[in-house]
Write a protein that binds this ligand. Structure first.
Ligand SMILES: [Zn+2]
Length: 389
């Protein structure tokens, strides 16, 4: 796979750590003009063990995982150099693929996050690093530890193919995250700070990645969602999830009431209700569709409704069309983690055939297959009649 296979995700933003210390010699400086002489190998050196860049999360413009994947493609002499030298070399290459407007946007967003991180005081520090035993339910932890399809299936119910429902988060974690988001909301209000909304459809909520939870959510995706996505959603990049967008949305009579029919900007979506007391707010699903077929009609077997239960996760493909019915009373908060694969997005550009995961593509394929059989049959009958006469 060549470098072209790595798409720079427009929703993945780098961030400076606010302290501006420039540790590890990786400066979070403005992207300079990328050097055109930097090259990668066409084939990866598969026996090379790449370094981890996770601790540089706040200093890098791109996902640390992207740097680890790219390292195998470095020219051999580069591999022996210091980690900082490798980072700078790879960053120069990545920036070459990032258009001017995109670079400005990345920079602006980094400044935005820096401003928040310098001024916002977290309420629950323990949320900001991964404490699996305190966050997740024992059944979920055990299934992840075992890591087999059988162990996942033992905790999952699947109301319709591709919609996985399982107990995931402890009540205490849900409550902590809710109060952290409330605390952030109060700070935003008191500081009269203008925040960016989680997406184009929700007006109430907050982007968790923007106020310091990115590292923890990355660990959640990496260690706890990827293993399941690998088993259940390999055809949409479930094996190669490498960036995320994590946010919380709030529903109620004084918040957003419902959510229209849509698909997510994700390969795999994790949606967990964090509480509290509410009625309504059911998710409705209407089949998985590719870009071409996103507005085609729903087949009866694709109609599924799901009622949220606090702490219980719903995991589905981002392209599984869905929406949320009105939350008619009370207040509902949900955690969303949109997991993305840059490799899948890049490969999708070259796809010309039917999508194996799109309901409509598969229906068309079956229809064409049936037409083919019918045509062959009539052709054979014609020939038989000819030989008989
Ligand atoms: Zn399709």
């Amino acid at each position: 796979m060549s470098l072209e296979a790595f798409r720079i995700d427009r929703h993945k933003h780098g961030r400076s750590d606010g302290g501006g210390t420039g540790t590890n010699g990786v400066t979070a400086s403005a992207p300079a003009t990328p050097r055109a002489s930097h090259r990668l190998r066409l084939k990866p050196k598969s026996d090379h063990k790449p370094e981890s860049y996770d601790d540089l999360q706040h200093q890098l413009d791109f996902s640390p995982m992207l740097f680890s994947s790219l390292e195998r493609y470095l020219p051999i002499p580069m591999m022996a150099l210091s980690r900082d030298a490798k980072v700078n070399y790879m960053r120069d290459i990545l920036l070459r693929y990032s258009p001017e407007g995109e670079r400005t946007r990345i920079l602006k967003h980094r400044e935005y996050r820096q401003k928040i991180l310098m001024n916002y005081k977290p309420l629950h520090r323990e949320l900001y690093s991964m404490h699996a035993a305190r966050f997740f339910t024992p059944s979920f932890l055990k299934a992840i530890r075992d890591g087999t399809e059988e162990s996942f299936r033992s905790i999952i119910s699947e109301p319709s193919p591709g919609i996985l429902v399982f107990e995931m988060l402890q009540p205490n974690f849900c409550e902590m995250l809710r109060s952290e988001v409330d605390n952030f909301g109060r700070w935003v209000h008191d500081a009269d700070f203008r925040i960016m909304l989680p997406n184009t459809m929700n007006r109430y909520g907050a982007v968790l990645d923007d106020f310091g939870l990115e590292t923890m959510l990355n660990k959640m995706m990496d260690g706890f969602i990827c293993p399941m996505a690998k088993v259940f959603f390999p055809e949409v990049g479930g094996c190669t999830l490498d960036s995320h967008h994590g946010f919380v949305v709030e529903y109620g009579v004084d918040r957003d009431v419902e959510l229209g029919f849509h698909v997510d900007d994700s390969e795999v979506t994790l949606n967990v209700c964090l509480g509290e007391q509410f009625s309504g707010g059911e998710l409705f699903f209407r089949g998985v569709r590719c870009d071409k077929h996103v507005s085609t009609e729903t087949q009866p077997e694709e109609i599924v409704d799901y009622g949220h239960v606090p702490g219980v996760a719903v995991l589905h493909r981002g392209r599984h069309r869905h929406g949320a019915r009105a939350t008619t009373a009370g207040h509902r908060v949900n955690l969303l983690l949109w997991c993305r694969s840059s490799v899948f997005r890049e490969l999708k550009k070259y796809q010309t055939d039917f999508s194996s995961w799109c309901g409509e593509c598969q229906r068309n394929k079956r229809e064409r297959h049936q037409l083919c059989i019918a045509a062959t049959k009539s052709e054979l009958m014609k020939r038989e009649r000819k030989t008989a006469s």
